[in-house]
Design a protein around this ligand. Sequence first.
Ligand code: HAM
Length: 417
Amino acid sequence: MKISALNGFKDIVPGEVELWQHVENVARDIFARFHFSEIRMPILEKTDLFARSIGEATDIVEKEMYTFVDKQITMRPEATASLLRAYIQHGLHVKKPVQRLFTIGPMFRHERPQKGRLRQFHQMDVEVLGAANPRVDAELMGLGSMLMEELGISVSLEMNSLGCPVCRPGFRETLLNFINERLEHLCDDCKRRSSTNPLRVLDCKNPKCREQVEEAPSIQEHLCEDCDTHFAAVQKNLQQLGVQYSLNKFMVRGLDYYTRTTFEFITEDLGAQAAVGAGGRYDGLIEQLGGPKNIPGIGFALGMERLVLLLQQQEQEQAAASGVDIFIAGLGEKASEFAFPLVHTLRLNKIVAAMDHEGRSLKSQMKQANKAGAAWVLIVGENELEQGQVVLRNMETKEQEEITTSSLIDILLEKLQ
Ligand code: HAM
């Protein structure tokens, strides 16, 4: 019996791996320019590390972790908690007051697999530990934007502030009052979340919930003075760097450790999996994990599968844009005999023409035409040919017309030149 990979786990085979190497090389080059050092952590960690950092009431900890229950260990669902564990364990703050670290590797979440969402996926993660200055927030968003630009990927940057332990509880109350007034109209998940983690109601994907929270209070208007000053400074610094961004009051992130700035790089080209990268500030987390007091931190992670998918989609679009003008799909030897000189004549007339020489089925020739980005396909069937007919298909509109072979060249030249 054939054994294949687990659902949501994927091989990266030659032909595809080159794109991964390209993404990683561009990233490593930029990380070096921003003076980051690499750190590598193990894949298995104590379960408690993630429960304490990501949060007990998050989807990740509640239902997505690969945990060996009898051993209390978990395959890391993200890099930040492990990286901070290593930072604390090795006393890296003593070696340098500000550590700029990056790591690249596989993460594991038991999510429902779909395009751009896997159970083993890869992150490129950067973290700056020991820097509270809002310039660092802007610097990191600038790094992400630079990386996207150098990869040739178009994304938009969205930002929010989640406040801090001083101002968030007040906002939570205000939001809870708003939610309670609409509770009956919310989905079951949101009803449950409203008591454990009401901010999550703001980013529920259910259209009914979205409609209900449209007018929800904005945390940006409930920040304490320090958070508000920080938020304004980050925006000023982003403008200084010329980094485009927009504010999104609904962004709350799926991990509990964030304070103040949060951000996401969003694409419209991957369906439901819109976030190509995301992160934010987590000023209390190092202490919460048993590390030294008052060491702020900020970082973000990019999803490599999503970057690679976007690059692949782009490649296909580019191939289609510079594809052949016409592909002659012939069925049978007589059709090939007819197509062979026809392709030559078209080429003499400066038309990019192609045909199949391997006697493939019509279906696979149509696929070949699609791959070659053909604008038109001429379908030459043996029987039709005997009656002096061929079919011309417009690949964009999918319209087909029958053409008599005697006037074929004139019609093709008229349509294609
Ligand atoms: P996250 O939003 O959970 O944040 O994940 C960051 C990125 O990893 C996402 O934007 C997405 O591109 C990718 N990703 C997440 N889950 C999957 C999946 N199942 N399949 C494919 N790609 C996925 C974090 O993990 C934080 N640790 C980010 C951070 C770093 N915050 C501060 N520092």
